[in-house]
Design a protein around this ligand. Structure first.
Ligand code: NAP
Length: 253
């Protein structure tokens, strides 16, 4: 599959892993729909791209997702590839976590994937072609303390990935999860700040605490996740479906 002029939707496209994915796909000549809540951030990202449209969407809100995808299709036609990347990670010990935090984590990390997939699956089935890539996490493959709602949601994303992959396998569609370990983005910088605040550790100590879970002893870079996504978008990966691909330096195997 050449990506030239393919319509690719990336959620959470303004920064972090989403922004790196956008850069990598734009270099292949794709037409990109950039989605996120903050239009100004998306527009800043799109300013340097040849073929991009920016659409304000809250992926946790089904109506907003429906409106956003209608606008995306109006601009660039049916979606060829969907990258479900938008997500958030709230930190709290389980005994102090409230129901609102739990529901917010499920809404933004898991319900969102359902809402976005539901918008594209009909057109992909009709075209007998499509790729869906869910940016899950190593938190979809193992437990971590103090992020139980996030871990539960990401495990759910992997379950949905596997089930949808089976349902769509005979329709020319692949569905996969990319599972990064701790990756150097604002989301992890927030976790470092949280560890510093809660434990009194220095920034270097907090960063080392996160990096030590990776046998390579480092944080993953967003471009490494983007490279894996690009591979899953290309022709040679057509047999890869229903997989959880860890980008984590051997943290899970
Ligand atoms: P990030 O730097 O915080 O960026 C998250 C992006 O998601 C932002 O562009 C944000 O834009 C968007 N977003 C958040 N809530 C949204 C909502 N309700 N609707 C639409 N967009 C929303 O995070 P990141 O580290 O790049 O994470 C990207 C994905 O990778 C997430 O799914 C995360 O769980 C996963 N991941 C990250 C790591 C890591 O260590 N960083 C590890 C494993 C997996 P707006 O705020 O403008 O909406």
């Amino acid at each position: 599959m050449s990506l030239k002029n393919k319509h690719i939707v990336v959620t959470g496209a303004a920064k972090g892993i989403g922004a790196a994915i956008v850069d990598s796909l734009a270099a292949q000549g794709a037409r990109l729909s950039l989605m996120g809540r903050t239009l100004s951030g998306l527009e800043q990202k799109a300013a340097k791209l040849a073929q991009a449209q920016c659409i304000a969407v809250d992926v946790a809100d089904e109506a907003s997702v429906a409106q956003g995808f209608a606008a995306a299709v109006e601009g660039f036609g049916p979606v060829d590839i969907l990258i479900n990347n938008a997500g958030q990670a709230a930190t709290a010990p389980f005994h102090k976590m409230d129901g609102a935090t739990w529901r917010q984590m499920q809404a933004v990390n898991l319900d969102s994937v359902f809402y976005c997939c539901a918008q594209v699956i009909g057109d992909m089935r009709a075209a007998k072609s499509g790729r869906i890539i869910n940016i899950a996490s190593t938190a979809a493959l193992k437990g971590y303390g103090y992020v139980s709602a996030y871990v539960a949601a990401k495990h759910g994303v992997l379950g949905l990935t596997r089930a949808l992959a089976l349902e769509t396998a005979a329709h020319g569609i692949t569905v996969n999860a990319v599972c990064p370990g701790y990756t150097e983005t604002e989301l992890v910088r927030d976790s470092i700040a949280n560890i510093m605040e809660k434990t009194g550790r220095s920034e270097a100590e907090a960063r080392a605490e996160l990096a030590k879970g990776n046998p390579q002893g480092r944080l993953i870079q967003p471009a490494e996740v983007a490279d894996t996504v690009l591979w899953l978008c290309q022709h040679g990966s057509q047999s890869i479906t229903g997989q959880a691909i860890a980008v984590a330096g051997g943290e899970v195997m």
